[in-house]
Ligand binder design. Structure first.
Ligand code: UDP
Ligand code: MN
Length: 275
């Protein structure tokens, strides 16, 4: 695994992988990894982390028995880094539908592509701001590349995919092809890895929305909400561990996240309120 340094060997051929480049996302990852443990999966759990995360922030992840893999952000050109710098991106392609937390660095998202360098046959990537509410091991039987549509507002959302959950087959050849296609003169991926992955895999397979249910569905498309069907809940835009202006509207979801982020029992989702 060139460019990657793991704290132990891989355990098996399948892994759930998430990415953490700073202390804030380590908080999210702990809740996610605990939720994965509670599903009873036997796949390896992997955290790709960069120099931005302290040993103190990683310790609670290690305590869950996950494999920590140290890596670096991608070796992109100065022009690429400039075009995707937070202030530049927020000006060129403003977020009008929701807010991004102050600790979100757009350029860091591209480090997800490092998972193609990992020593596993199959990977399911999950953003650090998600919770797995029921076992999703069936996704290891799915081809590359599967992702759910980016649905949180209207029918038009079905044109786009969301890169918070996807299936992949690590391969150095794929990784090299991605790097070559990513950083070309004038490249601008307005929604970073998401726009890039949709371009790189134009024939992406659609997963059900229940494999990546976005939190805004709770108030924008409540008829789609079904606690018994949701397998992965994804807190896109504002994060449940920050203070934000939608916290009241999303209170039952934030309470659920807090239960997973703590050490106690987690509620039976069938008992939770409906929107
Ligand atoms: N991420 C990270 N540091 C950053 C930005 C992103 O570690 O500064 C990782 C983290 O796993 C996060 C994912 O990349 O969940 C995608 O970012 P985010 O979830 O904030 O995007 P959204 O789901 O809101 O589009
Ligand atoms: Mn996310």
């Amino acid at each position: 695994m060139t460019d990657l340094a793991a704290d132990r060997p891989a355990a098996g051929r399948y892994a759930y992988v998430t990415l953490v480049t700073n202390t804030d996302y380590a908080l999210g990852a702990r809740a996610l990894l605990r939720s994965l443990r509670l599903t009873g999966t036997e796949a390896d759990l992997v955290v790709l982390h960069t120099g931005g995360v302290t040993a103190e922030a990683l310790a609670p992840l290690s305590a869950l028995g996950v494999r920590l893999v140290r890596t670096e952000l991608l070796p992109v050109s100065p022009a690429f880094a400039e075009a995707h710098a937070r202030s530049r991106l927020h000006t060129a392609a403003p977020f009008t539908k929701g807010g991004k937390p102050p600790f979100h660095t757009p350029l860091d998202n591209f480090a997800k592509l490092r998972l193609w360098q990992l020593d596993y046959a199959r990977v399911v990537f999950i953003d650090a701001d998600a919770l797995v509410l029921r076992n999703v091991d069936r996704l290891f039987g799915y081809p590359e590349f599967c992702a759910a549509p980016n649905v949180y507002e209207s029918l038009g959302d079905f044109h786009r995919m969301n890169s918070g959950v996807f299936t992949a087959r690590p391969s150095q050849a794929t990784f090299a092809a991605m790097l070559a296609s990513l950083d070309t003169p004038g490249a601008f991926w307005r929604r970073t890895d998401q726009t890039f992955l949709q371009h790189f895999f134009p024939d992406w397979h659609g997963l059900p929305v229940f494999d990546n249910m976005l939190q805004y569905v709770w108030f924008n498309l409540p008829e789609l909400w079904d606690w018994r069907a949701i397998r992965i809940l994804h807190f896109q835009y504002e994060k449940p561990w920050q203070q934000h202006d939608k916290a009241e509207a999303l209170a039952p979801l934030i309470d659920l996240w807090r239960a997973y982020a703590g050490d106690g029992t987690v509620p039976d989702v069938a008992q939770l309120p409906v929107p």
